[in-house]
Design a protein around this ligand. Sequence first.
Ligand code: 13P
Ligand code: SF4
Length: 311
Amino acid sequence: MQAALDLKDEILELKRTQNAVILAHNYQTGDIQDVADYVGDSLGLAYKAKETNADVIVFCGVHFMAETAKIVNPGKIVVLPDKDAGCSLEQSCPADQLEAFLKENAEKNYYVIAYINCSGGVKALCDVICTSGNAVKIVNQAPADRPILFVPDANLGAWVMEQTGRKMDLWQGACYVHVEFTRDSINRIKEEYPDALVVAHPECTQAVRLLADEVCSTEKMVHYCKDAPVKDIIVVTESGMLHRLRRECPDKNLIAGPTDRCACADCRYMKMNTMEKLRNCLRDLQPRVEMDEEVRRRAEFPLLRMLEQSK
Ligand code: 13P
Ligand code: SF4
């Protein structure tokens, strides 16, 4: 107990001496969320990263999120506790494969929309970025006279097509965590809690989304649960979300959506970050996110366009 307290104090002291800000995604462990200056979804974190006056941004999330902070803040030091914290969606769409696809299909003159869960190299090839929190808004603003290619998440893309009625060609990537939820696993927990509402992330498959009362980004889940007229809510996303929701909605009974194999779903990448690694990266200012300046510059344009279009 004493050791855990010391580690938290050490982090807060290092944060002060390094003039750092700690940004944490909703899927981080509870102890990391509790020590962060801001906890949110990819969209909120991108805005916070852009606005900060701190010299150092400590990004407790996965690599593409920290890289996004670097793209909009090239002059700042950006560190993340574990440099290997990747993302299966990012891996499903390598920049060279997207570049080859766009070359092969040059005659289509695609308007390319990239979900923010992708590398800087992929962002550099796109017209605009979106997050789960603003995807509908961004797609609604796409030029009507051009076909859309949506990368890399086919499930989010399919959900956005349902919401907007806009046809898009979808890259066939998926989040390995959210596809673990199944119609059977969610139906079983619904039987256990017959009065519960179900909120699910749009990275889930259509079979699971169809069972949900609401489909939304992690940040919108906070508002949905706060305003829900019932006590029991089944939350179909990564397990870290439950900590954030229990803190914000103490009067609700928040139930983790199960998979066929587990009572909840953990993202192994998000969970690579620990309090010890957070302390070490604040102390050593390593591992840092570095980017090729030409790629960064090209990736910045669609990101800034997203921030503008989602205001
Ligand atoms: P949000 O932007 O909704 O937090 O989603 C990020 C993510 O990685 C979901 O798996
Ligand atoms: Fe990527 Fe899925 Fe983990 Fe989110 S939960 S960071 S999409 S692997």
